[in-house]
Design a binder for this molecule. Structure first.
Ligand SMILES: Nc1ncnc2c1ncn2[C@@H]1O[C@H](COP(=O)(O)OP(=O)(O)OP(=O)(O)O)[C@@H](O)[C@H]1O
Ligand SMILES: [Mg+2]
Length: 347
């Protein structure tokens, strides 16, 4: 696949605050890429630099191999959909979608045909003449997406486009957006701070914190092989434990050594281990190295969440098996359930 956008050592300062600290990222044709991270980490700033609304303080933005940092937004083959849809209230649905094409003086019959195609794609056939101010939030956002896509950009930037919608519509729109992206076959750069949304929609997830990229990977990579404590903690629920990598494939934590599938660390390097709650099983104490007492059990609908207090810490376990509070249990997991990460400063 072709690299469409390359960010090279991108930095951004606002006054004396550095909000981007050297972003390096390749974005490919046809890719659904998501910037994921907590509030204030620099997601919107990164998007605005790609769109041309903001100039970087340092570094480069390449589009198809050409540096575009100084190119004004309207000359970029990029369109943006914001969280607040910013539709024109005095124009109806069709006129909103046609807005950009009218500016470009595209022929009326062509406009009608393109607008019709877009309405069909976003599931708003027959809504041409409707007043946009009377549409539901989800419908307004569909119009905003159609209005951006009708210009046939090579890249669509979406900044928390579903943020204002309630949970049920949001889920439905996630599926539809993914479908639309596959149908039009263009690159989507999506911004969210919702990890579930990022994991379910993206080809590639970029986890950011404090102006820096923490990890780039597929949703399964990010979930199963977090590179550090920040990613492990931000994505899903985790037991994060400090330990030592004795040598390749052997790790020590909580006073025991365990076989694992990780390699490439220094011998005796201080590391951190992540154990996902759903990867832990409750067994009889004699069948496990780590043992403890059930402190609490909560029914979560699909599984129980069980807190097991051991000598060193409290482990969180998610399982369909029941274990009553006060019972002594063992915690069982396999080599592939242990994910070894580089140790880093505290967050
Ligand atoms: N125009 C500006 N002037 C000064 N500071 C700004 C400006 N725009 C953003 N910032 C600051 O830059 C940092 C990153 O902001 P940004 O909007 O990129 O975060 P974000 O990851 O999109 O957060 P959120 O999830 O809350 O939207 C924040 O500390 C913010 O206050
Ligand atoms: Mg933002």
């Amino acid at each position: 696949m072709n690299k469409l956008i390359q960010l090279k050592n991108l930095t951004k300062n606002f006054d004396d605050q550095q909000v981007l600290r050297g972003i390096n990222l390749d974005i490919y044709e046809n890719e659904f890429l998501t910037l994921l991270g907590p509030s204030g980490c620099g997601k919107t700033t990164t998007l605005r630099i790609i769109a041309g609304f903001e100039e970087p303080s340092g570094g480069e933005v390449l589009f198809d191999g050409i540096e575009i940092s100084k190119l004004p937004p309207y000359k970029r083959e990029v369109n943006t959909v914001f969280q607040k849809y910013a539709l024109f209230p005095h124009l109806n649905v069709a006129e909103n979608i046609a807005f950009g094409l009218n500016l470009k003086k595209v022929e009326k019959s062509v406009i009608d045909q393109k607008v019709g195609k877009m309405l069909k794609m976003v599931g708003l056939e027959g809504f041409e003449k409707r007043d946009v101010t009377l549409l539901s939030g989800g419908q307004q956002q569909r119009v905003a997406i159609a209005r951006a896509l009708v210009n046939e950009p090579k890249v669509l930037l979406l900044d928390e486009p579903l943020g204002a919608l309630d949970a049920k519509i949001r889920k439905q729109m996630q599926i539809e957006l993914k479908k639309i992206q596959q149908e039009v076959g263009i690159t989507f750069i999506y911004v969210t701070h919702d990890q579930e949304e990022a994991l379910s929609m993206s080809d590639t997830v970029v986890v950011m914190n404090n102006g820096e990229i923490q990890q780039i990977g597929s949703p399964t990579d990010i979930y199963n092989e977090p590179e550090n404590r920040f990613v492990a903690g931000f994505i899903g629920e985790s037991n994060i434990i400090e330990g030592i990598m004795i040598h390749d494939y052997l790790v020590e934590f909580d006073g025991f050594q365990f076989e694992c599938v990780d390699k490439g660390f220094e011998d005796n390097e201080e590391i951190e281990v992540v154990l996902r709650p759903e990867d832990l099983d409750i067994v009889e104490p004699q069948d496990a190295k780590i043992t403890g007492v059930v402190k609490n059990i909560t029914f979560k609908g699909v599984h129980y969440e069980i807190l097991v207090e051991t000598e060193n810490r409290i482990y969180k376990v998610q399982t369909t098996d029941y274990a009553e509070a006060g019972r002594e249990v063992g915690l069982k997991f396999g080599p592939e359930d242990i994910h070894v990460m580089y140790r880093m400063g505290a967050y």
